[in-house]
Write a protein that binds this ligand. Structure first.
Ligand code: CMP
Length: 141
């Protein structure tokens, strides 16, 4: 197992619900360390650029509209197998399908308002971390 870094976003729905601390606590109690963080109101260009891989998907406009509907909390998480660990803690993209006890099962309402985003692979983690924290060196192999 390797120490990795992954990008995590607490989305506008979870920020509005005032559960940033509860979500951070899940990261911390499961071996993930917050090594960078910032709260940010994304511009449309920020959100479109971040989700550029989804540009052709039918849900793209709704996704971008939602992501700019309020501030988000953006963090880099570090730990053993951080990418997979964070995805396990988040649960399935659709909260209705997310396992009990996961962040999305506990805090999310719908596939758009699904509380959190997490990078899905080492390559995307690298791109996503540098999108929001450009100076940060990442050693995911
Ligand atoms: P996220 O992990 O942030 O990555 C892309 C987001 O698009 C996803 O979470 C969902 O919030 C949103 N989305 C909306 N509809 C879909 C869909 N049908 N499949 C995947 N993602 C979707």
């Amino acid at each position: 197992m390797a120490v990795e870094r992954t990008l995590s976003i607490i989305k506008p729905d979870a920020v509005a619900k005032n559960v940033i601390g509860k979500i951070y606590s899940r990261f911390e109690s499961n071996g993930l360390k917050v090594v960078a963080s910032k709260m940010k109101q994304l511009s449309r260009a920020d959100a479109e650029g971040f989700y550029a891989v989804h540009r052709e998907r039918p849900f793209f406009k709704d996704l971008v509209d939602f992501m700019i509907s309020g501030p988000v909390m953006i963090q880099v998480l570090e730990g053993e197998s951080a990418i997979a660990k964070n995805r396990e803690l988040m649960g399935a993209t659709d909260p209705k399908k997310a396992e009990k006890g996961t962040i999305r099962a506990d805090f999310a309402e719908s596939i758009d308002a699904n509380a959190v985003h997490g990078s899905d692979a080492p390559e995307t983690a690298k791109v996503e971390v540098s999108y929001f924290f450009p100076g940060m060196e990442v050693y995911n192999r």
